[in-house]
Design a protein around this ligand. Structure first.
Ligand SMILES: CC(C)(COP(=O)(O)OP(=O)(O)OC[C@H]1O[C@@H](n2cnc3c(N)ncnc32)[C@H](O)[C@@H]1OP(=O)(O)O)[C@@H](O)C(=O)NCCC(=O)NCCS
Length: 291
């Protein structure tokens, strides 16, 4: 720890959410307090806060699910950067996750932070991007007879099976939390009664997000129909999709629906396993996964 700075690191709790949300929004990240509360609900134990004299100066949110954990909102306030606070936060999170059996830690960070992650034991897996569009009210509608319909609770098992076949980790906690927060924004695609894909979405005062979006079909048409179904139920306004820049189908459907690349991200992993870039069926991650 550099200088005389007395940094205290502790678990994040609901009492920290307001200040943390302010810091996050100041950074220009489109999250509101309900996003942080959802993370603390999924994993109440592993998110942490750094403070000096009781004032919050940084934090990291963590969603850990079995052997896999996702970090988000990795942030140190501007006056306290380059003093080792980020390193200290990361060390504490990783030590805790290591000791609880987590083998893969994943983060979607801003490209400028790639070297910070590298120094903390992460490796680059692939480039992603945030795509943005100012969505018009009623601009999209669900194409009739396209095999797309609203999600129903009976779809959960098949949806999780699809997710797991692509992501290779059990993300049921995140997906359950998302669907229970936004049940009317979830859609599935099916062929002959069998689920072939799904899309979730989120809407908050900070904007709309579409994702995760997974389509096993492999065609741009099927992916586009899923995307359009999500866009059809969102209110007008700033709308974001985050996905791998190498995915040609994602690039096609972004162009088709008028989304433009806003910012590049890096998908970084610290893992004892062999993690590879997402397959083409993975079109978009959820915005909760970024930061
Ligand atoms: C990324 C971020 C969390 C890093 O936090 P931090 O507290 O500045 O991190 P550290 O201090 O541990 O390390 C940052 C740099 O300071 C250097 N440093 C650490 N202690 C130091 C000290 N005592 N004196 C001088 N430099 C020091 C590190 O070597 C590192 O150098 P580098 O960036 O040139 O490689 C912070 O910069 C931040 O919040 N950025 C904006 C949000 C962001 O990009 N988040 C990440 C992903 S989305």
């Amino acid at each position: 720890m550099g200088g005389a700075l007395k940094v205290e690191v502790r678990s994040m709790g609901l009492q920290d959410v307001d200040i943390l949300t302010c810091m996050i929004q100041k950074e220009g990240w489109e999250f509101d307090r309900s996003d942080i509360e959802r993370i603390l609900h999924i994993d109440p134990d592993n998110s942490i806060i750094a403070s000096v004299d009781g004032k919050i100066i940084g934090g990291i949110t963590v969603c850990s699910m079995g052997p896999w954990a996702l970090l988000g909102h990795v942030l140190v306030d501007i006056q306290h950067r380059k003093m080792g606070v980020g390193r200290r936060l990361m060390d504490d999170v990783l030590r805790k996750l290591d000791s609880s059996g987590v083998r893969t830690v994943e983060v979607f960070g801003e490209s400028r932070a790639a070297s910070f992650y590298r120094r903390n034991g992460f490796r680059f897996i692939e480039e992603c991007a945030i795509f943005e569009k100012d969505l018009g009210e009623g601009e999209f509608s669900v194409v009739n007879d396209s095999g797309i319909r609203r999600y129903e609770p009976k779809d959960m098992d098949d949806l999780l099976r699809i997710d797991r076949s692509i992501v290779r980790f059990d993300r049921s906690k995140i997906i359950n939390a998302f669907i229970s927060s936004f049940p009317r924004l979830a859609h599935v695609s099916s062929v002959d009664g069998e689920l072939t894909g799904y899309v979730l979405a989120r809407s908050s005062p900070m904007g709309n997000d579409v994702g995760p979006l997974i389509s096993l079909d492999g065609s741009a048409e099927a992916a586009l129909r899923l995307l359009q179904s999500a866009l059809s139920v969102l209110p007008g306004g700033a709308t974001y999709v985050i996905g791998p820049t190498e995915n040609t189908i994602l690039n096609d459907i972004m162009k088709e629906t008028g989304f433009a690349q806003k910012q590049k991200l890096v998908r970084m992993i610290r893992s004892t396993g062999d993690i590879t870039p997402y397959p083409p069926e993975m079109l978009a991650i959820s915005a909760t996964e970024y930061g």
